[in-house]
Design a protein around this ligand. Structure first.
Ligand code: SF4
Length: 447
């Protein structure tokens, strides 16, 4: 990697799962404004639902999520009951009987719920929304705690996709991240879900973990590919112990340095491509027949809070503590603290804490950033025309600097990432982020 590319790879930039990014949502966002946005959802348009379960049975040291340890069953059951109440609260605020095209359970670990509670929540959704035949129903899970009963319930409820955090199979790395799950355990979960009728399986892998090497990562990829997941997401471990206190359990000197991280990312990508996976966007790989690969081929790839998606719905309703929603008018984020979230729901108040109304300029920048992250290319004049901006709205000098450093090519107003610039798409996207220069948020490094 050249010096210029290495310098960019070490830059701390957002992952752009939204624009503006979550640190720029405004606290004290009025629930009435959120209610008004929900009421203005076009009744004929399908929406997406995201349901967040912050509980996990064990804590992984690398985790950067907002999670809670589920030491007892009662708080988890109480959470599920409140979630059912929030589903009703949101449905009351929305036009009646909206179609749902995508539904995603994320966490935390959604399968920390009991099978009965998962079923009751899905029944509540079915009673208030029109979950379309062919809708994507996805759930994140944890092979260490996935019971046979839960596998049966996931199949019976018609889930179409399940995802696992596999991360790395090397025992020393697993010990250092406090996530012990041998290959046989993951295989049993995958085989069980497939036998129960779940058609698609996603794996998450991580590079840059403590004690991880190119060798351990390539061995992990060989084992993972043998199970033939439909999609693999390959993330770089973000060591941010000032934000995630559990990461203080990871010795900083056991982490691979920047050059080793870059080598791991590059060699892992090569191995996944050699195994028949199509690279998608920043960090995803999919079998050629998977819907994500098809969407990427057809220019329909989107990016939302879960990463890359085929979901085309303009409205995403997030339910549960910390969940983020997106509408054509702006973003809203639920209260993060579960007790405060539950109190608001029980009082019949939409439990929103933060939000951000979108300006026309936000929409233009959001579109450009999303296309860079998804397609690696965008026509800046076309984007300007689409959002009513003047041509030349962008900072040409900054973009030409990135071109000189080898990250992109610029032909007129058409920007395209180079092969070397593709892994650095976050850096290029950041050049269109009007909030970043004055941001105090700390982000992870680009590679
Ligand atoms: S990485 Fe996943 S399973 Fe582990 S603590 Fe975080 S949310 Fe829970």
């Amino acid at each position: 990697m050249s010096d210029a590319l290495s310098r960019h790879a070490a830059r701390a930039v957002p992952r752009y799962t939204s624009y503006p990014t979550a640190p720029h949502f405004q606290p004290g966002f009025p629930a009435d404004t959120w209610r008004e946005w929900l009421a203005r959802t076009p009744p004929e348009e399908p929406v997406s639902l995201y349901l967040h379960v912050p509980y996990c049975r064990q804590m992984c040291w690398y985790c950067g999520c907002n999670m809670k340890l589920a030491a007892r069953e009662a708080p988890v059951a109480a959470y599920a009951e409140t979630l059912r109440a929030e589903i009703a609260l949101a449905a009351d605020a929305l036009p009646e009987g909206l179609a749902v095209s995508h539904l995603h359970w994320g966490g935390g670990t959604p399968t920390a719920l009991s099978p009965e509670d998962l079923s009751r929540c899905m029944a509540r959704i079915a009673s208030r929304f029109d979950v379309r035949h062919g809708a994507e129903l996805a759930i994140e899970s944890d092979p260490r705690t996935l019971s046979a009963e839960m596998i049966g319930m996931i199949g019976a409820l018609g889930f179409t996709r399940a995802s696992f955090g596999v991360q790395e199979f090397d025992p020393k790395v697993q010990a250092a991240i406090n996530r012990i799950q041998p290959p046989g355990m993951v295989r049993r979960a995958v085989d069980g879900l497939r036998a129960a009728g779940v058609a698609a399986i996603n794996f998450d892998l991580i590079y840059g973990l403590p004690h991880q090497t190119v060798r351990t990562l390539l061995e992990t990829i060989a084992i993972a590919c043998d199970m033939r997941p439909d999609r693999i997401a390959l993330f770089g471990y973000a060591h941010v112990p000032w934000m995630a206190k559990n990461q203080r359990m990871i010795e900083a000197d056991s982490l691979p340095g920047p050059a080793e991280r870059a080598e791991q990312a590059a060699r892992a990508a090569e191995a996944l491509v050699a195994a028949g996976y199509v690279p998608i966007g920043l960090d995803h790989f999919a079998l050629p027949e998977d819907s994500l690969a098809v969407a990427a081929r057809e220019g329909r790839l989107r990016r939302n809070f879960q990463g890359y998606t085929t979901d085309q719905a303009e409205t995403l309703i997030g339910l549960g503590a910390t969940a983020i929603s997106r509408t054509r008018f702006g973003y809203a984020q639920n209260i993060a603290e579960t007790n405060a979230w539950a109190r608001a729901v029980r009082a019949g108040v939409l439990p929103v804490a933060k939000g951000r109304a979108l300006t026309e300029e936000d929409r233009l920048r959001a579109h450009v950033i999303e296309r860079i992250m998804c397609d690696g290319a965008v026509d800046l004049d076309e984007a300007a025309a689409r959002f009513g901006a003047a041509p030349g709205w962008w900072d040409r000098a900054a973009i030409e600097d990135l071109a000189a450093d080898g990250l992109l090519t610029l032909s007129g107003a058409r920007l395209a990432l180079t092969p070397a610039g593709r892994p650095l798409c976050r850096v290029v996207a950041a050049a269109f982020d009007a909030y970043l220069p004055r941001s105090e948020a700390r982000h992870s490094v680009a590679v």
